[in-house]
Design a protein around this ligand. Structure first.
Ligand code: OSB
Ligand code: MG
Length: 377
């Protein structure tokens, strides 16, 4: 596959309702999309960096610069054997996993379209439907949270995840457990605690949570291993796992019993597949995390979730929870039993609404290979 041309676009899209985590509140999203061209086919990827460096160090503006100055010049004009080969080409660039993943995912879409197969099958995914959960932001009161949960359970979602932070944790979780004693419930702290909170975190064991996600520092594995030894509740790592080696270290140190795989955070499908395979061999369940993606990122998440190691419901939910109108057609729909049907059309399996994307675009940059003309004799 020759990477003939790349287009990087920034679109702006308002969330239907603000989403609050321990690191901040977001209502308008700035999203970078990558379109890659090869032999008459184009494929799409989404860069999942946040607006500010509060989840991980990447940001939308930093991604724009890294993509334009370093990633596109390395990639454009190159002939690669498959999408999975792009990672080694980009290896000299350290970090910036989300920015690299935007391109990597677009190339997987191109490859699947070239071969005329759904991306899920190119990835060797086996599931036809994937189980879905929801991630619910921090609310102003336990009552407001209960109302939100009621709505999601009525929609069929199989697992509820609530965001917590110090001061907005026990009271909220306790209210949820009292009202819904038997639902699959988990919490995500986004690194809001330290080992000094050990007794407090231990007290969560009474709630019978499926897991507690990323309680400690965003770049830590060792302290999570100390914490996991003290907790009955399984720890799930999110922020700390950027690649296969991190996953291996976390499992060896018993720092977690579950791993959340996010395509952006690990640099794309190839690395995600390696982590999924490792975890499957080690009996560590994995699930697919979300980053408030548009339909393009969501479609990639669905394809990845079709791999057999993704045994737990992910944060992959319906487009309509986030957007009045998505940028793919059809939008992502969740059935009454809380599942998404993995699309069967080639590539990401949804139609990308190019004209809508153009309307939403606030800046765009193309990169073309200056191929040397072959002299005609
Ligand atoms: O930690 O999983 C997280 C959103 C933004 C940043 C970090 C996280 C999240 C979510 C939302 O939990 C998941 C979704 O897209 O529904
Ligand atoms: Mg998380």
């Amino acid at each position: 596959m020759r990477i003939e041309k790349l287009i990087l676009r920034e679109i702006h899209l308002r969330l239907k309702s603000p989403f609050e985590t321990s690191f901040g509140r977001i209502d308008k999203r700035r999203i970078l999309l990558v379109e890659a061209f090869s032999e008459g086919i184009s494929g799409w990827g989404e860069i999942t960096a946040g607006e500010g460096p509060y989840y991980n160090p990447e940001t939308v503006d930093a991604s724009w610069i890294i993509f334009c100055q370093f990633i596109a010049p390395l990639a454009v004009g190159q002939e690669i054997s498959a999408a999975s080969a792009i990672a080694s080409l980009l290896a000299p660039i350290r970090g910036h996993e989300m920015t690299k993943a935007g391109l990597e995912c677009a190339l997987w879409d191109v490859e699947a379209r070239q071969k005329g197969v759904p991306l899920s099958r190119l990835l060797v995914g086996e599931r036809d439907v994937i189980p879905c959960g929801v991630s619910i932001g921090i609310h102003d009161s336990p009552e407001a949270l209960l109302t939100a949960i009621e709505r999601e359970l009525a929609a069929g979602y199989q697992r509820i995840k609530i965001k917590i932070k110090p001061g907005k944790d026990r009271e909220y979780v306790s209210a949820v457990r009292q009202r819904f004693p038997r639902i699959q419930l988990m919490v995500d702290a986004n690194s809001a605690y330290t080992l000094a909170d050990l007794a407090h975190l231990k007290s969560f064991d009474e709630f019978g949570l499926t897991m507690i996600e990323q309680p400690l520092a965003w770049d830590d594995i060792y302290q999570h291993s100390r914490l996991q030894a003290e907790l009955r509740t399984p720890i799930c790592l999110d922020e700390s796992i950027h690649n296969y080696d991190h996953a291996k270290a976390a499992i060896s140190l018993r720092a977690c019993r579950v791993i959340n795989i996010k395509l952006g955070r690990v640099g794309g499908h190839a690395e995600a597949k390696k982590i999924e395979k490792l975890c499957r061999g080690e009996s560590i369940p994995v699930w697919c995390g979300g980053m408030l993606e548009t339909g393009i990122g969501r479609a990639h998440n669905i394809a990845m979730s079709s791999l057999s190691g993704f045994v737990m419901p992910g944060d992959v939910s319906a487009s309509r929870r986030y957007w009045d109108e998505d940028i793919i057609d059809p939008e992502v729909m969740v059935g009454p039993s809380g599942t998404i049907r993995v699309p069967v059309a080639p590539g990401i399996g949804y139609e990308v609404r190019k004209s809508r994307i153009e309307t939403l675009t606030v800046r765009e940059q193309s990169f073309e290979s200056r191929s040397v003309a072959v002299p005609v004799i």
